[in-house]
Write a protein that binds this ligand. Structure first.
Ligand code: ADP
Ligand code: MG
Length: 228
């Protein structure tokens, strides 16, 4: 098997205070390889989003660390390494609200590419990202508010894949969509590993969707209950 693109070791998170900590995630290990999809399932409050936030470098874990392509990413003495941040991209439940408002999506994607110093023809990158996300490139000229829920989720996928990340983490990306739109979006997400060579971590309530992933991690009350 290929080298891991993402390795989490002993990730633990507690909320609350130092005196009265409330454990949200007991020390958890996770390894993702290139081209692989993994579903994370579990009831509401099981710790799925907490895990995602740590892997994205958005929440500092109380214990453990995360490596990206064998490099220290976060959970060490200092904050997340800036030069690795773009390698792990997130797609939230409500992408419309997470994309910069009032800015045509194409511009936010181009800004991200420029920030990262991605060379070459940015229009080509953009067209390729739109193709992977199954979104009409013309829709990227719109601002997030001018997009439907499903279109905004696709725009978020386009933005995520444009920077060629090693890992895409989607946290219940279909839960705000009607069944048909959700099914189309799920297809686009599940096709990502094969199309980009990166890994997909898909947090979902949908057991049928989870079954379509290569592996499934089940969380229960902050502990890995089952893993396959
Ligand atoms: N910001 C927070 N402050 C305090 N407790 C939190 C916070 N975020 C989540 N929790 C708690 O941590 C546990 C895990 O939450 P979460 O990771 O959101 O679960 P899931 O995404 O599986 O629904 C829950 O008990 C939740 O109430
Ligand atoms: Mg959640």
């Amino acid at each position: 098997m290929s080298d891991p693109v993402l390795q989490a070791c002993g990730i633990g998170v507690a909320y609350g205070t130092r005196r009265q900590p409330v454990t949200a995630l007991h020390p958890t290990d996770l390894t993702l390889h290139a081209g692989e999809s993994m579903a994370v399932v579990g009831r509401s409050g099981a710790g799925k989003s907490t895990l995602a936030e740590v892997l994205l470098g958005l929440r500092r874990p109380g214990s453990g660390y995360v490596m990206v392509r064998g490099e220290r990413f976060c959970g060490f003495d200092r904050g997340p390494r800036a030069h690795l941040r773009h390698r792990v991209q997130g797609i939230p439940q409500d992408a419309g609200a997470s994309l910069p408002p009032g800015v045509p999506v194409r511009l936010s994607i181009e800004r991200a590419l420029r920030r990262l110093g991605v060379g070459g023809d940015r229009r080509v990158h953009l067209a390729e990202a739109a193709r992977i996300a199954h979104i009409d490139p013309g829709l990227l000229e719109r601002t997030p508010r001018q997009l439907s829920g499903g279109q905004a989720q696709r725009a978020a996928i386009a933005r995520a894949v444009a920077v060629a990340p090693d890992v895409v983490i989607a946290d219940e990306p279909t839960s705000a969509l009607d069944a048909r739109t959700a099914a189309g979006l799920a297809d686009a997400l599940l096709a990502l590993p094969a199309r980009t060579g990166g890994a997909l971590l898909l947090i979902t309530h949908d057991d049928a969707l989870a079954e379509r992933c290569d592996r499934i991690l089940t969380l229960r009350e902050g502990k890995v209950e089952q893993s396959r």
